[in-house]
Structure formats: C-alpha cells, structure tokens
Design a protein around this ligand. Structure first.
Ligand SMILES: [Zn+2]
Length: 66
C-alpha cells in the first residue's frame, strides 16, 4: 500500500487556506498534515496519536481512500 499517495490525494481535496479547529484540543490548524488528519480522523495529529491507536488510524485512512 502506498500511504503517501493516499495522503496526497486527500490533501488535494482539502482547501489549504482553510483553518480547521481540532474538536479535541481546540487548537486551530492550517498545515496540510493536520488538515488531512482532521478531515480523516476528526483529530489533529497530536490528538489522533493520543486518542487512537495506529491500527485505527490506518483503518480510517483506508476507509477514506478515493
Ligand atoms: Zn487536537
């Protein structure tokens, strides 16, 4: 599986100028990696790592694969 390609595809569908607030820590993010994480997992990267195990994160990314 090509993880990076999936992220690239998801990133392309997210407007990069948009700020997204993490519902968990209430911080606002506008960098691409956190936006992808928020769009996919509904957590920023930090909260995703804290609240979800790696298998769950992988599964969610797979579910959102285009
Ligand atoms: Zn967060």
């Amino acid at each position: 599986m090509n993880y990076k390609d999936k992220l690239e595809k998801m990133r392309a569908s997210i407007p990069l100028t948009e700020e997204v607030e993490c519902p968990e820590c209430k911080k606002k993010f506008y960098d691409e990696w956190n936006l992808v994480s928020l769009a996919t997992l509904n957590f920023c990267l930090l909260c995703a790592n804290r609240n979800l195990d790696k298998e769950t994160i992988k599964e969610k990314y797979n579910v959102n694969k285009q």
